[in-house]
Design a binder for this molecule. Structure first.
Ligand SMILES: C[S@@+](CC[C@H](N)C(=O)[O-])C[C@H]1O[C@@H](n2cnc3c(N)ncnc32)[C@H](O)[C@@H]1O
Length: 322
């Protein structure tokens, strides 16, 4: 690897310790509705009076957003850039504002990371549940087709979307002719029903409960477990997979989608950083390597088949041993 100059090294270190500042600017702008107000050119006074914010504070925020490439400035007027228009306005199919609101609700817990590391206990308390579930939809809607394209659906008539959240994957499976049961907590199902109704997708049934303690149904051809296991310990994950095995028909399949880490748990960066999110938010969660997940599948009575690396996640397929 090329040796870095002192300047480059200092810049790298500084980028790391200031990393929270641009993030905070975006979270605050998203909370205040800055982008929605700047669909067209507006002056500072107009913006701060519409947002009911201080003029100096607003000016400095807007200037920082220009430097981040989210606003443009011309003759003391501001407007969203094409990047912000695509991802930060509600009207866009690519909208990411809910997951950004969710990140804001993680902020407090993350700022107590020192305590989480000292105690090993979660520091998050008042998470905004609605932005969490809507945020899952923001993320999943951008990749759902690619993910479902990689799930073998031949012969699959019924599926359980375990911890299906906003129902993004349930809807895509239903569109492909699968009868789907979305299992999640009652408060999540209330939100999922709204999203699914708005999308006018049919063929989805709902089951409310806690999948670690309540029955999850049986006789499914496929169980899809997306972004669930990272919130649980190894022991609990194995218990969940054993329960899933019993819910499948003979010869049925399971597909696990997860963020992943290398066997040493140190790369890629997102997998290692997301483990910290689980430290802050759960008592036992972390990210796992694909081989750890495959091992649990084997122990739970599955023959593991192919696995597929996508950009951020891995899909691991399992089939009940004959
Ligand atoms: C990170 S979200 C993933 C949602 C969806 N599977 C996806 O990939 O977009 C985790 C979901 O699992 C649900 N969940 C976690 N533990 C659960 C449990 N014990 N019982 C029911 N639902 C649970 C949460 O309510 C949430 O909707």
């Amino acid at each position: 690897m090329k040796k870095q100059s002192i300047k480059e090294e200092v810049q790298r270190i500084r980028q790391l310790w200031t990393g929270f500042m641009p993030a905070r600017v975006l979270l605050t702008a998203n909370n205040l509705g800055v982008f929605e107000h700047l669909k067209s050119w507006k002056g500072l006074r107009e913006v701060s009076s519409a947002l009911k914010t201080d003029q100096r504070g607003t000016e400095l925020l807007l200037n920082a957003l220009v430097s981040l490439g989210l606003l443009q400035k011309r003759a003391n007027q501001y407007k969203v850039t094409s990047l912000a228009r695509k991802y930060l306005l509600r009207e866009s199919p690519y909208y990411q504002g809910n997951i950004i609101r969710h990140a804001d609700s993680l902020w407090k817990g993350w700022s107590e990371l020192d305590t989480a590391v000292r105690t090993g206990r979660p520091t998050a308390s008042d998470r905004d549940f609605e932005s969490f579930i809507l945020g899952m939809h923001d993320i999943a809607k951008l990749k759902v087709k690619e993910v479902v394209d990689n799930i073998p659906l031949r012969g699959v008539k019924t599926a359980l979307d375990l911890g299906g959240g906003p129902g993004t994957y349930s809807m895509e499976l239903a569109k492909r002719g699968v009868r789907v049961t979305l299992f999640d907590r009652a408060e999540t199902i209330r939100i999922a029903k709204g999203i699914i109704q708005e999308s006018q997708v049919e063929g989805i049934e709902f089951m409310a409960g806690d999948f670690t303690t309540d029955p999850i149904g049986k006789g499914y051809d496929l169980v899809f477990i997306s972004q669930i296991l990272h919130a649980y310990s190894e022991r609990e994950s194995l218990r969940i997979l054993k329960k899933v095995r019993k819910a499948l028909r003979p010869g049925g399949r399971v597909v696990v989608q997860e963020f992943f880490v290398s066997p040493g748990h140190t790369s890629p960066l997102w997998g290692a950083i997301f483990a910290i999110n689980m430290l802050v938010n759960t008592s036992e969660g972390r990210t796992y390597s694909p081989s750890e997940i495959k091992n649990w599948l084997k122990k739970a009575g599955f023959r593991t088949g192919s696995s597929k690396r996508l950009d951020e996640t891995v899909l691991i397929m399992g089939k009940i041993c004959a």
